[in-house]
Design a binder for this molecule. Structure first.
Ligand SMILES: *Cc1c(COP(=O)(O)O)cnc(C)c1O
Length: 384
């Protein structure tokens, strides 16, 4: 039996050819390929004001974004607890502290009421997470941030290719907002092997991040794009080795070309097929979403907590891999907050199951998964 994987890197001959071309050039570092990827991403997002800086992971993108908006020890960041630990690690990497917030039951997204409740003078930013690629209430968060003079950083790791309707117009995530971070790790909507990007229209943030990714060596990005090195330079800030390499950018450029006509429709079709097949099952709940505007990165469902692990086991016995997105961060030792009562995220954690979703799956694979899920629930009913 072939294993049905929960997620997978979908790379092929195009990526191999492009990587070979870079290898043959004998320069693997950050150069023209990264510059080209950044400008193609900029064109893709489609706003002249929003520029892209590529880095080596989505986590690095978040860390640099948070550092660049000026976060440090003593500052606090409001963040939903239901996210990958990368989001939290990026906050603490700057010296700032995450304030875990609960999420909405229907979406798994940050609950606006938590923001109002937990706002305090130490809070310098809201870090939104576009969980399962869905985005909601953006106007509300931006309005709140403006009123309190704090920044908004969007963890858009799940939301590459997604759109959002704002003032009656659909806009790409990455073409508006304050500072956005994307991930191009192996299983995201597009990959560059590993990789990430920061997108913003704030010129100060852009210039700073361009330096920070190269050990804060000033103007080193410009030199590298011109095929030069910086020998005489100045450094003012704590920087990091977080730049993207030409090798990675070569993969990313291929993936970006394949995205609109190949990955995007495939991901949407799979998510919609799951809903068609399982949406009527009284034991299964889907999060609210909008497949007209989003490109789903993962397919979480909710099932009764008492059955979740057995369902997971049943699928595993049928060579179907599943996941749990995510263990809430406030339950981790490092981020444990005794005072934190985040009942919705904790309940979701006991009910969540992520079904396979990646562009290499066939309709027959999805039917196979759905058959096994339905078989499990019908056995449950009969064994009662
Ligand atoms: C993948 C992911 C990240 C981190 O991105 P990496 O490229 O893996 O470092 C951050 N936040 C969320 C929600 C993610 O899914």
């Amino acid at each position: 039996m072939n294993l049905v994987r929960v997620s997978k890197s979908c790379v092929g001959s195009d990526e191999i050819t492009s990587v070979a071309t870079v290898l043959n050039r004998g320069f693997l570092g950050m150069g023209s390929e990264v510059q080209a990827f950044e400008s193609e991403l900029q064109d893709y997002f489609g706003s002249v004001d929003y520029k892209v800086v590529c880095v080596n992971t989505g986590t690095a993108a978040l860390q640099l974004a948070l550092q660049a908006i000026g976060l440090g020890p003593g500052d606090e960041v409001l963040v939903p607890t239901l996210t990958y630990v990368a989001t939290f690690q990026a906050i603490t990497a700057t010296g700032a502290s995450p304030i875990s917030c609960d999420v909405k039951e229907e979406t798994g997204l940050l609950d606006p009421e938590e923001i109002t409740r937990k706002m305090n003078p130490r809070v310098k930013a809201i870090l939104l997470v576009h969980y399962a690629s869905y985005v909601e209430n953006l106007e509300w968060y931006y309005d709140f941030a403006k009123r309190h003079q704090i920044r908004v950083v969007e963890d858009a790791a799940h939301a590459f290719g997604c759109e959002y309707e704002i003032s009656g117009r659909r806009k790409k995530i990455g073409s508006f907002g304050d500072v956005l971070c994307f991930s191009f790790d192996g299983i995201k909507n597009i990959t560059s092997g590993e990789g990430g990007a920061i997108v913003t229209s704030d010129p100060k943030i852009l210039d700073l991040i361009r330096d920070l990714r190269l050990l804060a060596v000033e103007k080193d990005s410009d030199n590298r794009y011109a095929g030069k090195r910086s020998w005489e330079f100045e450094v003012h800030h704590q920087g990091w080795r977080y730049h993207m390499s030409d090798l990675m950018a070569a993969i990313g450029r291929c993936q970006l070309k394949r995205f609109e006509h190949e990955f995007k429709p495939k991901r949407c079709a799979i998510a919609s097929h799951y809903r068609q097949r399982l949406g009527h099952n009284p034991r299964i709940q889907f999060f609210r979403t909008d497949l007209e505007t989003i490109v789903p990165h993962i397919q979480p469902i909710r099932v009764p907590a008492s059955m979740r692990d057995r369902l997971r086991q049943h699928l595993q016995e049928n060579a179907i891999e599943t996941g749990v997105h995510y263990k809430p961060n406030h339950l981790l030792k490092r981020y444990y907050q005794s005072a934190a009562q985040l009942p919705v995220a904790e309940r979701l954690y006991s009910e969540l199951l992520t079904l396979p979703l990646h562009p290499n799956l066939q309709t027959s694979d999805i039917d196979f998964v759905c058959d096994r899920v339905e078989e499990f629930f019908s056995k449950e009913v009969h064994s009662r």
